[in-house]
Design a protein around this ligand. Structure first.
Ligand code: ADP
Ligand code: MG
Length: 691
């Protein structure tokens, strides 16, 4: 609105006397060209968004070849040549008026829309903010026609000219009359990059169509895909072989939720510092922050810290469940059952990347040492039937149901919180518990408090974490993360069940690795187990000497550990005071305390087996020694269980539940026989059936 300057002064004066005196400003009708320009700016925000509209028009017109030419990031020239149906001569006069479209006739049609466009706003908008020329020829026309448009109207009737079937749209001097938009697009090469993104994404999604992109005046094309290539071909062309060779196809559908979904995603061998996320919903390039976040998070559980996958996903929803009529840019798409659909997609992706397909599971079982022969790989019939649940597959998996312990008569404590800590002995089997107090700083504890988690970007630490991820056995991870605890077989072995299979696990090996990984994951952020009476290191070493034949240099080890105490305290919550007393240990898992009987031996190992010279080696060997000390049940534990918070209780309620969260079992577990596949329940079932 244009207001004369003396009017502004009057208004300002009135406001000085307070709100009640203020006269509302007059409402005036905006000039139509201003309205159109504002509206056009909404639809066409930048050259890349204009191009997206024009590409969609060409695809709507059934083009199989689309050539794009760009000058100065699209601000000088944006030219799209297609070989589609062309535009009829009689329609050319109203082509660039607002709300003229060949794709929608009644509001109800919106519900069954299969084309990209439907508003008839793109060409109109472009004509308001640029010089627009259209050259077009249909199959039945003898020649092509050329028309120019300004502010929604043609500047003169069509001029016959030579040309091939299809349409060429020439957009020149975009935003010449909208200074603010022009300023927003500062960098031509950045904008060209955005245009390249749009073209390449549509090329990947429309692999039957050949696309070409080039800069005006250049002989070479920046991007070229062939008609009738495959999606993977085009991903290779755009993103390179490194991405393409690690791709796995994924698909799923759900009748109740009325959706279909397919795509290509990278496996866990691939990781990049940047997430590439291509999402099409009903063939339209869109964004869904919810889906993007969920999938990126899923991968982050398995990829090295700070790395991301490549994801191309195409989602088809019943058009009736989707509201496309939300914004002129049509970028945001809302749909029914969004959460449920995202969850399904996430599950399908997880199954794929963890290789949870039947063929892989069979392969795993043959890898796992097993007393039984391995079933042959599934036939196609079995494949078809794999979704059916047979009676023999229905086995109890609820943790509240039958467990081995039910057959023994030891009491089963179910709950103990930290406020009741005084009742909890550090370890049920320990003769003389050492009085301690606890400060919980662990990841779980931190969430409840306002204290901030410290992040360490130490190369050594990041490398150790990456090594853990790289050595992960993904099938074992799947088994452990989804297992049901069955019971303790003996002090160092427990049975777990996953799906219809039973596994025998070496609790000590699994827990030592657990503590090692916790030490790397929560590095510098541990809670503290504080000794009420600090322990003199010298005393501990002397105790160890009594049990050992080797000579222990008490003074040297004390001196060494005291000299390392600032690091031990800061990173590992192990406080050693100046007089050589050990004051605290890290709290690695809520309610878990190492067996203090192992403390003297632990201090000796700190003094003799840890490499204190190199940072990475130091963190690795130190974490390994702490993990050995914490491993459960401790070596000297008597097999007689003391019931409440004894080793069995800790095994079931502390150790195995922790193996379900972010645990990365190493491949070496197979060789070390830390997990053995011992039975397939449906086989046992058929044995019973025959009896
Ligand atoms: P919409 O795509 O929403 O219908 P547009 O303003 O993008 O609106 O286009 C208006 C009309 O112009 C379309 O409905 C279509 O009939 C015609 N049109 C635009 N571009 C092309 C093209 N490349 N080939 C054939 N027809 C086209
Ligand atoms: Mg359109």
């Amino acid at each position: 609105m244009i207001v004369r300057s003396n009017e502004v002064n009057v208004l300002e004066k009135t406001t000085r006397y307070g709100q009640a005196m203020e006269r509302p400003r007059d409402i005036v009708k905006l000039d139509e060209t201003v309205v159109n320009r504002i509206a056009a700016g909404e639809v066409v925000q930048r050259p890349a968004s204009a191009l997206k509209e024009l590409l969609e028009n060409s695809l709507d017109a059934k083009a199989t070849s689309i050539h794009v030419t760009v000058k100065e990031g699209g601000l000088k020239l944006l030219q799209i040549q297609d070989n589609g149906t062309g535009i009829q001569k009689k329609d050319l006069e109203i082509l660039c008026e607002r709300f003229t479209t060949s794709k929608l006739h009644a509001f109800e049609d919106l519900r069954s829309l299969t084309t990209y466009g439907f508003r008839g706003e793109a060409l109109a908008s472009i004509s308001h903010v640029a010089h627009l020329t259209v050259i077009t020829k249909t199959a039945s026309d003898k020649c092509a026609y050329k028309v120019s448009y300004e502010d929604g109207k043609w500047t003169g009737p069509p001029v016959p000219c030579g040309g091939k079937q299809g349409t060429q749209i020439i957009v020149e001097n975009l935003f010449h009359n909208v200074a603010t938009r022009q300023k927003m697009v500062k960098n031509a090469s950045e904008e060209f990059q955005k245009i390249g993104d749009v073209v390449s994404r549509y090329a990947i999604h429309n692999s039957n169509v050949g696309f070409a992109l080039k800069k005006y005046g250049d002989d070479e094309v920046n991007l070229k895909t062939l008609p009738n290539s495959t999606t993977v071909d085009n991903i290779r062309t755009v993103y390179g072989t490194n991405v393409a060779k690690e791709l796995i196809p994924v698909e799923t559908e759900d009748e109740t939720l009325q959706f279909k979904f397919h795509g290509h995603i990278t496996n866990l061998n691939y990781h990049s510092p940047k997430l590439v996320f291509l999402l099409f919903i009903n063939n339209r390039l869109v964004d869904s922050d919810g889906l993007k976040k969920e999938l990126d998070q899923l991968y982050s559980m398995y990829l090295p810290t700070g790395s991301h996958p490549f994801l191309y996903l195409s989602l088809e929803l019943n058009p009736q469940n989707i509201d496309v009529n939300v914004h002129p840019t049509k970028h945001n798409v809302y749909f029914l059952h969004e959460d449920a659909i995202i969850k399904k997609i996430k599950m399908a992706v997880q199954r794929k990347i963890l290789g949870g397909e039947p063929s892989r599971t069979y392969q795993l079982q043959s890898l796992l040492p097993s007393p039984k022969s391995v079933p042959s790989p599934s036939t196609s019939q079995q494949e078809k039937d794999k979704n059916k649940v047979y009676a023999y597959q229905k086995v109890h998996t609820s943790s509240s149901e039958q467990k081995l312990d039910k057959f023994f008569s030891s009491p089963q404590p179910t709950k103990s919180t930290f406020s009741e800590f005084s009742d909890v002995r550090p370890n049920g089997d320990q003769a003389n518990p050492i009085p301690v107090s606890v400060q919980d700083n662990t990841a779980e504890g931190v969430k409840d408090t306002t204290s901030k988690r410290r992040e360490f970007r130490l190369t050594s630490l990041l490398e150790l974490r990456r090594e853990v991820t790289q050595c992960t056995h993904h099938d074992l991870q799947l088994i452990l993360s989804g297992h049901t605890f069955v019971g303790c077989v003996d002090i160092s072995h427990a049975l777990i069940q996953h799906s219809t299979d039973l596994y025998l696990c070496d609790t000590r090996s699994l827990s030592e690795e657990l503590f090692y990984q916790l030490l790397l994951a929560d590095f510098g952020n541990f809670g503290v187990i504080k000794f009420t009476n600090p322990m003199p290191l010298a005393e501990l070493l002397k105790m160890a000497q009594e049990d050992s034949t080797k000579q222990i240099d008490v003074t040297a080890i004390c001196k060494l550990l005291v000299s390392r105490s600032p690091m031990l305290e800061d990173y590992f919550s192990m406080e050693i005071d100046n007089s050589g007393n050990l004051c605290s240990l890290p709290l690695l898992l809520k309610q878990y305390f190492p067996d203090m009987a192992g403390l003297p031996e632990f201090v000796v190992r700190l003094g003799t087996l840890v490499n204190w010279q190199q940072e990475k080696e130091c963190f690795a060997t130190l974490s390994r020694e702490i993990a050995r000390f914490y491993c459960h049940p401790a070596d000297n534990t008597s097999s007689e269980d003391k019931g409440s918070h004894g080793w069995k209780w800790t095994t079931e309620h502390i150790i195995y539940p922790a193996l379900k969260k972010n645990y990365a079992p190493p491949k070496s577990f197979l060789d070390r026989k830390a997990i053995l596949h011992i039975a397939r329940l449906q086989d046992l079932y058929s044995v019973f059936e025959r009896c």
